[in-house]
Design a protein around this ligand. Structure first.
Ligand code: URA
Length: 235
């Protein structure tokens, strides 16, 4: 609770607790494993500490899951979140298509969620793409880097510059800083390529590396701090 309230990393907070710096309901508590509940009043000196806790999880979304916290018909990522976490009202930041796999961030921190999805903050999101059609080339790298214009379902949309890295004749990596509906699929469709597999591998400083598919994992204090810093949120 203290770490989530910005008092330091978990290990720093443990040391502070052992030194007797915090009281629960007026009594000094020196045991770092002491569990506070919602109604407890935690104080440091004469300052009351809010027990509002923000939670930050990352998830490697499997194929054939909806990015939704509830769905009666289809498997949804909610099914992958243990109920004790679900009750904290965390929700996914942005959306991946049913057939897109890879990194999702889940949180109950509204400010972070807003900034991560707002194009204003230009958080880079990187996708690994398997596609069909002729191999993309340097001309596509250049056009993406200059910003392309989509003219499909929603009329004319000018996209921000995107970074395309060619891997082989049917695989590439694309980094974008906005999140229009089906953006990656539409960007490739503009050049007559079809996305066959789509996987998000990075959001800002957070990567999908090391996650077990379908198993949510809490973000580390370092990851949260770095992400907030990049978004201009004070910690
Ligand atoms: N772009 C897409 O087309 N689909 C996704 O799921 C994410 C980005």
């Amino acid at each position: 609770m203290l770490a989530n309230s910005g008092y330091g990393t978990r290990s720093e907070v443990r040391k502070m607790i052992s030194r007797g710096l915090f009281c629960v309901n007026g009594t000094v508590v020196k045991d770092p494993s002491f569990a506070v509940n919602e109604n407890d009043i935690v104080t440091a000196g004469d300052k009351e500490i809010s027990s509002k806790t923000n939670l930050y999880y990352k998830l490697d979304k499997p194929d054939c899951y909806l990015t939704a916290m509830e769905d009666k018909r289809l498997p949804a990522i909610a099914d992958l979140i243990p109920s004790n976490i679900r009750t904290k009202k965390i929700s996914p930041v942005g959306r991946l298509d049913y057939h897109t796999t890879g990194l999702l961030i889940l949180t109950n921190d509204g400010e972070l969620s807003h900034r991560l999805t707002s194009p204003r903050y230009e958080v880079p999101k990187t996708y690994l793409i398997g596609y069909s059609g002729d191999a993309l080339g340097q001309e596509h790298v250049r056009m993406f880097s200059e910003g392309i214009v989509l003219e499909d379902t929603d009329g004319k949309i000018s996209l921000k510059p995107a970074s395309l890295r060619l891997i082989d004749d049917s695989t590439c990596e694309l980094t974008i800083t906005e999140g229009k509906t089906h953006q990656v699929r539409r960007m490739l469709a503009k050049f007559g390529r079809s996305v066959i597999t789509l996987r998000r591998i990075r959001i800002g400083n957070i990567t999908v590396d090391g996650l077990r598919e379908g198993v949510p994992e809490e973000m580390t204090d370092e990851e949260i701090t770095e992400l907030k810093k990049a978004l201009g949120i004070s910690t």
